[in-house]
Design a protein around this ligand. Sequence first.
Ligand SMILES: Cc1cc2nc3c(=O)[nH]c(=O)nc-3n(C[C@H](O)[C@H](O)[C@H](O)COP(=O)(O)OP(=O)(O)OC[C@H]3O[C@@H](n4cnc5c(N)ncnc54)[C@H](O)[C@@H]3O)c2cc1C
Length: 309
Amino acid sequence: METFDVAIVGGGPAGSSCAAFCAHAGLQTIVLEREKFPREKVCGDCLNPACWPVLERLDLAQHVRALPHAKLDFVEFIAVGGRRVIVDLPSGNECEFAVKRSVFDDLLLKRAGELGAHIYEETTVTALTNSHGWTVETSSGERFVARTLVGADGRNSTVARLCNLLPRPERERIALQSHLPLPSNFGNSAVLQFLPNGYSGLAPVNDQELNVCLVAKPREIEALKAWATKRFGVSPNHAWRTITPLTRDALSPAHENLLFIGDAARVVEPFTGEGIYYALRSGELAAQPGTRFCLVAATWIVLRSRSTN
Ligand SMILES: Cc1cc2nc3c(=O)[nH]c(=O)nc-3n(C[C@H](O)[C@H](O)[C@H](O)COP(=O)(O)OP(=O)(O)OC[C@H]3O[C@@H](n4cnc5c(N)ncnc54)[C@H](O)[C@@H]3O)c2cc1C
């Protein structure tokens, strides 16, 4: 069986970024992704301007700009009582940009493949063994062997759970998300509205669709959904995508032969619109020779202390 240098579980922005930089550095890299891309994801679809330098280093910025998208000129905050605060967003090549995760994530994963990473979609990781390297097992019974494992499998990370590192889930808030027809005259803004039951985030993602996110405690989510149903004229039976938890304790990102990146390592409040940046950048950092050197050194120290104890 071929031994890979790096096995990355999850092909979202964190996993794809890490895979692209690892493959570019000449490492034998494999990505194991549960879904078949393109796929949607519960997200506000907004790229924080901090993403652009990482996308430039991936040689992807122009390709991202060519995807169907909306440029966001300002963000509008609406308080429960209706007061509004408008904040300008950067313009030009540094702009805040909204793009559906289906097309954005697909582009990133393809880039990792172009740079030489081996991509396995519809491949769910279900078991791990760590003995002289990692053996990664999938739901279809396939096995892959790698020297280093990277958990890039999101907030409910299977890798963290299988390694007994996933913090106990709290009974936390829920997010719902959907793409709805863009109301006429919506304008080029993101709108973050506080409501008695939670909050909503809206952003156009192209010239036809509006991303709608709703965040509330479980007991409030039906009331918030009813607000959105009325506000946007959608059917009460509309199928919303859903995810939970929205916050949880962070994991230590570096372990023996094991790294966590993106949401698998640390989840940030959706309201900030920064999670994709942290995913891209932590993927890049994990692939840097310094990080890999530290990992090799840490492993050597652990192995040595085991052999001398
Ligand atoms: C409501 C909401 C709104 C948000 N809005 C924004 C926003 O506007 N801007 C922003 O920057 N961030 C936003 N975020 C955060 C952002 O969505 C995440 O931070 C980002 O998706 C993290 O990327 P990731 O690659 O770490 O994980 P993910 O994007 O979750 O990717 C993980 C991948 O791992 C795969 N996977 C999971 N388990 C397995 C397994 N066992 N085997 C194989 N593959 C597996 C999944 O299929 C998935 O493709 C929002 C989050 C929420 C909840």
